[in-house]
Design a protein around this ligand. Sequence first.
Ligand SMILES: [Zn+2]
Length: 329
Amino acid sequence: MSFDYLEYVQESLDGVREGAGDNVSAACPFCGKANHFSINIENGHWRCFKCDERGLDFAWLIAEVEGLSLERARAFIMRRTVTFRRREVAPESLSDRLRRLRGAPESTQVPEDVLTPLPTEFVPVHGPDGRWSMPEYLLERGMTRNAARHWGLGYCTRGRYADRIVMPIVCPAGSSFTARAALDGMRGARYLNPEEAKHGRLVYGWAGCDGSEWVVLVEGPFDTIRLWQYGTPALALLGKELHRDQLRLLCQLPAVTRIVVMLDPEARGMAEKVASRLSTRFEDIWIAQLPGGADPGDSSGKQVRAALSRAERYTGDRAQALKVAIGLF
Ligand SMILES: [Zn+2]
């Protein structure tokens, strides 16, 4: 999925005229002159033939038109690039009904939007001018260029996130990012998050799972991307826990969705807990473990297929899980 330049131009600029080929003309948002502003709707390059404002980066144009900082303009593009269909929320589940009857506490409200722009120093792996700058770290981890572009990855060489891979998180509850250390022995967290991050409300990989009949739940963004490279839809919990708001988000998936929990090998007990929480909403839950203690993010396609074919159906006590969900325990 890529950003729809034409749609944006039609919505936001005056006097838009489609010509032959990939270029449309409009009134220039910088000097106001009609018809002299040209936008290539294939690559997003733009130029005014009157005042000579021009750019290869569409975010600059959005920043001008919307009155946004450059980083907010980039976040704007990111949010519109990854599209998802909002689903009908499933009919009220038993746990919801029980909670409603008991009086809903504040914390069960639908989460407010979490919208954290990318860092100002963000450099995309695949630039708007079509140039690639694929960090060594990603190549070493076996990531394809196609995957890095699809997931909108980038990196920083300066600032708080210097020497980190920046991975945008986009889902219906909001957008944010996490920054993975890309050098050995770096100080600070392996994954560094924005200070205001509320990642217990978000899941990673939403756009790759929409419309799928099944989905694998994993821990980290690299797990999601690795499985995506193998054609397996996967959502990352950004940790080993399934938080209440994340469960609410997953409820946008149809209740019949098959969910396979595949956490890192040392987290068997956590996988059971995640499965138990899921069982208050979903019926078809499985737990899978990669052979030989492999991590989903570093696994081979063969290992993933083997783990999925040996997955075990979760048969935990659903009534017990519901009692926990409504706070009786
Ligand atoms: Zn102009």
